[in-house]
Design a protein around this ligand. Structure first.
Ligand code: IVH
Length: 695
């Protein structure tokens, strides 16, 4: 400090010298904090502290404008509006990569075989070392640093000449404006600018609220942001960056691509955590599978993985064919978004009577399967996305999620096509269709009368987590309802062997199995039965809460809305739904008939939640307990009024840990949450359970 002071202490410049020192310190600190926050995802200071330092720096810079430098953290948005984007000739061309779309094994094997052939390796030679990285679905960017300062950011363009987008790229917090002192004098960092899914969703939400245009996917949103002329607009479109290579470099040398990635990380650039070294084809395949399995959980879109020969000397030896290096290949995953034609818009009726518009599509291979239908969610989504019959729509299918139409390709509509309208009558049963105030969804009022709801109601009743009737799947329910064997739930328990074996493709043995499963299902629990009724808003947890609170079914059926509101986690909407359900005579009749058919459960005494031994307590289970299964332990705890949670926080009252307990146990110890073993848990349950309330 003192030394620095002297350095700047020219006579009469004390204030300025002081300011310069403080400014330097603030910048250094703000850059470090920004790196922790935006790149490493591990902030070490509260946001308020960052903001305070930032404001202080702004104030100092306002006082001493001559000390403002372009790499100051305050200068990310320069407010400049460009007239156009200037062309930039790349010092080292930006290449593209050859794509493999083959299946897992053959894509990787073909690449490895090619490399070995090019390098004239024999089967006796050791496996080639590769680096595998995700293939990010964004746009390529070249960042040029001179003397450690970001001087230019350029798009790929045609690979030779791109566009200068420095003003927008500066707004990306993950991209350092200045590099550490050990960075070489000239450094071009190549990587991908992208938009994280959550940022994309939030952006579209904001755009919608402001009546602005929404974006079809994160890639398009990112590309639009990067090419803005006004950096103020780009700054409002949250972009991110991953570094994956180098362009021109003066004053530094590397032996491997992996070393390049490590060094980029040290210089402050985000590098994908999944990147790693793979030996030979078998490990390439393993990487492809591992990253593929993690794909849907990643916060950003990837469309494949990239295999790169690790040794830079070997890369040089392998060279290029036209615009593509021989040493790298992109091995794709099935696309999650594809364009296809909307042939028609139909309406489906769900179990609860919800009407869902569904786009019938020209078959398209997306997300690994052929898709012919995609949900349009509701009328408002259709209007928002502007989908009409005949349009070319973008269909998305990621993981196990139902395929959906995310938007339409603009400017493809040939002539006038009328807007889609919701039918006034249920397409299945003809009952009136209504939309509740403030609700986005239209509903059929047909209830159990509507065959669509009947089928779904039966399937839901039979589900594993409800009555658990094995063998009663959708095909069988379709037949039973279509043939008129079953109209309401009690009919299930009334049908005989003859009715079943007359169905198509039903052998006597399977018919007997179904009857046995039905018989077995009669002995159930109140929560399962309640859940099985398919009352709107009553899921498993609410069913359990209701059973625990009231003890028996009659009390629930006769409860007023006020009484229902006393139940843990039951709010006005849920209470209203339950009350309305049991106010319908035909629903009460169904319940009575089911009971008459022999469906039974043990009823308990009504319990005020607060009097249960573990009421209001949150417990987390981890590891393997010596005698109790995870489910059994959960049941015991819940019966005692505890809430069983999945993760440990300050609000956790107890952690019950068994063998091989991992991070949850560590977290409990870190937070000082009491840890019990199975015996401890049982003591807690027994010891504090008042007589007569034993679960
Ligand atoms: S390396 C010489 N690595 O894919 C190889 N590219 O066709 C140069 N991309 O537009 C590219 N993720 O933007 C490389 N981990 C990754 C990548 C990646 C995405 C993009 C890149 C380029 C395209 C190549």
């Amino acid at each position: 400090m003192t030394e620095n002071l002297e350095l700047f202490s020219a006579p009469g410049h004390d204030g300025k010298a002081q300011a310069a020192i403080e400014i330097e310190a603030l910048r250094e600190q703000l850059n470090r904090w920004a790196h922790e926050y935006y790149v490493r995802d591990a902030p070490s200071v509260p946001d308020a502290e960052y903001d305070r330092a930032f404001l202080r720096l702004q104030a100092l810079e306002a006082e001493h404008p001559e000390l403002v430098t372009p790499d100051s953290p305050t200068q990310r948005v320069l407010g400049a509006v460009m007239e156009g984007l200037a062309p930039v000739r790349h010092a080292v061309p930006m290449l593209s990569i050859r794509t493999e779309t083959d299946t897992e094994a053959s894509g990787a094997e073909a690449f490895d075989a090619r490399i070995r052939r090019e390098l004239k390796l024999t089967p006796d030679d050791p496996p080639v070392e590769y680096v595998v990285e995700p293939k990010f679905d964004g746009l390529a960017m070249s960042l040029r640093y001179e003397q450690g300062k970001l001087v230019q950011a350029a798009t790929r363009g045609d690979g030779e000449v791109g566009e200068d987008v420095t003003h927008n790229i500066r707004t990306i917090r993950q991209i350092p404006l200045a590099l550490p002192a050990d960075a070489p004098p000239v450094l071009e960092v190549r990587g991908e600018v992208y938009m994280a899914r959550a940022d994309f969703d939030a952006l579209n939400e904001r755009q919608r609220a402001q009546g602005g245009k929404t974006f079809v996917n994160p890639r398009n949103a990112a590309a639009g942001a990067v090419r803005q002329l006004d950096s103020g607009i780009a700054a409002q479109r949250p972009l991110s960056f991953f570094a994956y290579g180098l362009g021109e470099v003066q004053g530094a040398q590397f032996a491997t691509h992996h070393a390049v990635l490590q060094q980029l990380k040290l210089w402050g650039f985000p590098v994908a955590a999944q990147a790693g070294i793979a030996l030979g084809a078998s490990e390439l395949i393993a990487f492809h599978q591992r990253i593929g399995a993690a794909r849907d959980a990643l916060p950003y879109d990837i469309d494949g993985v990239v295999y790169k020969v690790n040794s830079l000397a070997l890369q040089q030896q392998l060279g290029f064919v036209t615009r593509e290096p021989r040493w790298a290949v992109a091995h794709k995953y099935p696309a999650q978004e594809m364009a296809t034609r909307v042939e028609a818009i139909d309406v489906q009726v769900g179990r609860t009577g919800k009407l869902t518009p569904v786009a019938r599509l020209a078959p398209v291979f997306v997300g690994g399967v052929t898709v012919t239908n995609a949900t349009l969610h509701n009328l408002f989504e259709i209007r928002k996305k502007g989908v009409r019959v005949g349009d070319t729509a973008i269909v998305r299918r990621a993981g196990d999620v139902i395929p959906e139409v995310v938007g339409v390709v603009p400017g493809q509509r040939a002539g006038y096509v009328p807007n889609f309208r919701m039918p006034a009558q249920c397409p299945v049963c003809g009952s009136a269709v209504v939309r509740e105030k403030g609700e986005a969804n239209h509903r059929c009022t047909g209830g159990l009368f509507c065959p669509a709801q009947r089928k779904e109601a039966i399937l839901h009743f039979a589900a594993r987590r409800a009555m658990d009737i094995e063998g009663l799947g959708d095909k069988l329910v379709d037949q039973l309802v279509d043939q008129g064997v079953i109209r309401t739930l009690p009919d299930l328990y009334r049908m005989g062997l003859t009715a079943l074996i007359t169905l198509e493709r039903m052998a006597e043995k399977s018919a007997q199995n179904v009857l046995a499963a039905l018989e077995k299902s009669k002995r159930t629990t109140l929560p399962r039965f309640l859940f099985g009724l398919g009352i709107r808003h009553v899921g498993e947890a609410t069913a359990k809460d209701l059973a625990r609170h009231f003890g028996g079914l009659d009390a629930i059926m006769d409860a007023t809305v006020e009484q229902l509101l006393q139940v843990n986690d039951v709010g006005p909407v849920v209470a209203e739904a339950i009350h309305t359900f049991f106010a319908q005579p035909h629903n009460r009749e169904v319940v009575e008939q089911l009971r008459a058919c022999g469906v039974a459960w043990e009823e308990g005494a009504p319990a005020e939640r607060a009097t249960l031994p573990l009421a209001g307590k949150t417990v987390v289970l981890t590891g393997t307990l010596p005698t109790l299964s995870r489910d059994a332990a959960k049941d015991l705890l819940e019966a005692a009024g505890a809430k069983v949670a999945g993760s440990v926080s300050k609000k956790t009252h107890y952690v019950v840990a068994g063998e091989e307990a991992g991070s949850k146990l560590a977290k409990a110890q870190e937070l000082g949450v009491p840890v019990l073993d199975e015996a401890g848990m049982l003591t807690l349950l027994a010891g504090s359970t008042p007589a007569g309330q034993q679960p």
